[in-house]
Design a protein around this ligand. Structure first.
Ligand code: NAG
Ligand code: NAG
Ligand code: NAG
Ligand code: NAG
Ligand code: NAG
Length: 271
């Protein structure tokens, strides 16, 4: 047996011993931390146990509810409408092969972790219909493959990050019914001079959000105008009122004077 045959034999043996997809420690960390940050009051999550986290995937087979596997790694997590509470762990970013994350229609609270930026393959992010608060992290613009960002019906505040406009693949963007404020970034409102990139329905239900495709300077602009208007109006009104008052006072005192003069002339003896 020459050296090459021996090497090939060793190679074959190694391949036989090591399974084609060994469990990934990053996925295990991701799932362990996520299950710790989530609460499952209705006991909807099946197989979400430490034993399964250690080996959630076997090739294309998943042993974990909501998870879809590809080559031994989790590439989809879909835990929609399960009555889940709690928050989204930043360790979710350890599921580095994740392409789709759907945690929609639960009761999740807290912030959207900026660490999601490490999910460089993420194409679909659906966190709609939860109680998420805080700002939309600008870092998610680093997930360059994002096609879908659906964050509608939450309690997100602050501005829409300008950086999201850089996501060239973005085809669905919905932040309606939140508490967002400020101007809609031009890059997210405009496709060309006339066409909106995303129409008004993507932005509705945010009291202090303004700019194309929503009306310009909505409530805030109007209230500034209203304050100026009220200021000018009341200034003018008080000017008119005080002028009238002065006129009346002058008229009255003039009449009094003439009356007094009359009295005086009556009292004065004639010489
Ligand atoms: C739970 O795990 C068992 C065995 O590993 C598997 O047969 C079953 O399909 C899993 N259930 C779900 C919901 O994935
Ligand atoms: C897992 O995620 C956490 C939080 O984002 C991060 O601090 C840690 O470095 C990640 N671990 C690995 C191995 O990437
Ligand atoms: C996000 O999830 C909600 C509820 O599960 C669903 O109605 C909506 O269509 C999803 N968004 C996208 C863009 O698929
Ligand atoms: C939309 O684009 C047009 C031309 O590209 C520009 O004049 C207009 O100001 C833009 N609208 C907003 C809200 O940025
Ligand atoms: C807005 O866009 C969505 C999806 O792109 C579409 O379904 C809807 O009909 C549009 N609404 C209007 C008023 O154009």
């Amino acid at each position: 047996m020459d050296v090459w045959s021996a090497l090939i034999l060793v190679c074959l043996l190694t391949c036989a011993v090591i399974p084609p997809s060994s469990p990934d420690p990053n996925d295990e960390a991701c799932l362990t931390h996520l299950s710790e940050s989530l609460q499952d009051p209705f006991k909807n999550l099946q197989n979400w146990t430490k034993a399964t986290f250690a080996d959630p995937c076997q090739g294309f087979t998943s042993y974990l509810q909501g998870a879809t596997c590809n080559n031994g790694r989790i590439y989809k997590l879909s835990l929609s409408n399960l009555g889940l509470k709690g928050s989204i762990s930043p360790f979710l970013s350890n599921c580095t092969n994740l392409q789709a994350l759907d945690l929609s229609s639960n009761s999740l609270s807290g912030a959207i972790p900026a660490d999601l930026k490490f999910l460089v393959n993420l194409a679909v992010l659906n966190l709609s219909s939860n109680h998420l608060s805080g700002e939309i992290p600008q870092e998610i613009a680093l997930c360059a493959y994002l096609n879908v960002i659906d964050l509608h019906d939450n309690s997100l505040s602050g501005p829409i990050p300008q950086q999201l406009g850089l996501l060239v693949r973005l085809s669905v963007f919905d932040v309606s019914n939140n508490r967002l404020s400020g101007q809609i970034p031009a890059s997210l409102g405009n496709r060309s001079a006339i066409l909106p990139r995303f129409n008004a329905s993507s932005y509705e239900g945010n009291k202090d959000l303004y700019g194309y495709p929503l009306p310009p300077m909505k409530s805030k602009g109007l209230s500034v105008l209203a304050i100026v208007g009220i200021g000018l109006g009341s200034g003018f009104l008080s000017l008119v009122l005080s002028f009238t008052a002065v006129c009346i006072w002058l008229r009255v005192s003039e009449q009094k004077m003439t009356a007094e003069e009359g009295k005086i002339s009556q009292l004065m003896p004639d010489y």
